[in-house]
Design a protein around this ligand. Structure first.
Ligand code: ADP
Ligand code: MG
Length: 426
């Protein structure tokens, strides 16, 4: 995939209408009160929005929010699958489920942050959105309703995409800044690019520069640190990075599947028996490619999966029955920290242990600290990894922390991202 894409700086947007896809899928309070519990994603979109407004563009922003089910029958089916009593599934409840995913709270917060009015449309491509978009002037911003209120959104329906693009009119431009959604080929993330010249905003540009740069032309040696819970969720990442990296470090829950595959005893540790063969294949692939593959030499084990579990250190592959590995051990920490010292680039995806429990956050913390001390370009991808780095206080010391969980994983898997592929090449 070509990561060299045109950006907002490469097009003239003055006096034009810009359809801007953001990722405003913010977490909301569970009580349906419409309170945004973390506005990070809205704040992250501000530089691109401000730039467009300063350039004199009329900005038509849009985003999805949550997973509304835009058809009553489908909603009933889904709720019933979740075990809800069919008699309780009224049309009123369905409408309420949609109302909770309206964009009013986002518009209000965005308006506060920008210090200017944000015009909110009552629909996505309906009469209200059309009228408001038609009347929108340069330097003004409006927000469409939740794009997933339209059935065609997740199906990438060309008719819907055409209507969305139509809001920006004849000379319209499409700017994508929703990195968290670029791995999905939806009408608002990819389809619209068939109708409008499409470029990236600053958020996507940064992700392409750092992650794309590290994959396509890394400063070497490139060290990839892979952890997290399961081998099965990281097969693509391991496989792709084995093609690119000089060193691969394995930690976290998936290390136990590797250990078991090599004949080790893993007790009650996270084990995916079906993926043992795959682990052996990857060990072989590393040998064939001359990639250094590091596996834990010791591990911190616990007598239960709990923050107050009793713990001790044992050699990798020697975990007694009814104990489980929840972190890498001190020898492994040393080995891994040494391996990143002289790196040119480090890509990190997946915590080294159950960092949510203080007692088992030691390995993850040590690796984060080692990264903060190298002169390497350090790139963090994956939702939990980003959260771990943040929680442990090292966020400011990393070169780049990806804003897209699923998108950054697919990026590291080397997959084509539809929301990036559709943008104009430089
Ligand atoms: P990311 O979101 O960064 O891609 P993952 O979702 O793959 O990362 O993995 C994160 C989760 O892995 C964390 O919740 C962490 O508690 C868990 N984890 C790490 N090590 C272990 C382990 N040894 N046993 C069980 N779970 C683990
Ligand atoms: Mg995760």
């Amino acid at each position: 995939m070509n990561y060299n894409k045109k950006t907002v700086k490469d097009v003239d947007v003055k006096g034009k209408k810009v359809l801007l896809r953001c990722d405003f899928n913010v977490p909301m309070a569970k009580d349906g009160s419409g309170v945004i519990t973390d506005d990070k994603r809205i704040r992250a979109a501000l530089p691109t929005i401000q730039y467009l407004l300063d350039q004199g563009a009329a900005v038509i922003a849009c985003s999805h929010m949550g997973k509304p089910v835009p058809s009553f029958d489908k909603w009933v089916k889904k709720q019933a699958e979740k075990g809800k009593d069919p008699a309780s599934l009224t049309e009123e409840k369905w409408k309420k489920s949609l109302d909770e995913l309206r964009m009013e709270p986002v518009a209000a917060r965005l308006s506060e942050l920008l210090g200017r009015k944000v015009i909110l449309a009552g629909d996505v491509v309906g009469p209200d959105a059309q009228a408001k978009a038609a009347a929108l002037k340069g330097g003004e911003i409006m927000l469409l309703q939740n794009t997933r209120f339209e059935k065609g959104e997740t199906k990438n329906d060309p008719e819907l995409a055409g209507k969305m693009a139509g809001l920006a009119g004849e000379n319209g431009v499409y700017v994508s800044d929703a990195f968290g959604a670029v791995h999905r080929a939806h009408a608002s993330t990819a389809g619209v690019a068939d109708y409008l010249p499409a470029v990236s905003g600053f958020l996507i540009q940064k992700e392409l520069d750092f992650i794309g740069g590290a994959l396509a032309n890394p400063k070497r040696p490139l060290v990839a640190i892979l952890g997290g819970s399961k081998v099965s969720s990281k097969i693509g990442v391991i496989n792709n990075l084995l093609e690119i990296a000089d060193t691969i470090i394995i930690g976290g829950g998936m290390a136990y599947t590797f250990s078991a595959a090599r004949g080790g005893k893993v007790g009650d540790s996270l084990l995916e028996a079906d993926w043992k063969d795959y682990s052996l294949e990857m060990i072989q692939k590393a040998k064939d490619k001359g990639v250094k593959l590091l596996l834990p030499v010791d591990t911190v084990i616990a007598d239960k999966f709990a923050p107050d579990a009793e713990s001790k250190v044992v050699k990798a592959g020697e975990i007694p029955d009814s104990w489980q590995g929840l972190d890498i051990g001190p020898e492994t920490v040393k080995l891994y920290c040494d391996a990143v010292k002289d790196a040119g680039t480090v890509i990190w995806n997946g915590p080294m242990g159950v960092f949510e429990f203080d007692k088992f956050a030691v390995g993850t913390k040590a690796v984060a600290e080692a990264l903060s001390e190298t002169s390497a370009i350090t790139i963090i991808g994956g939702g939990d990894s980003a959260a771990a780095v943040q929680q442990l206080g090292y966020a400011g010391k990393m070169t780049h922390i990806s804003t897209g969980g699923g998108a950054s994983l697919e990026f590291m898997e080397g997959k084509e991202l539809p929301g990036v592929a559709c943008l104009l090449d430089q």
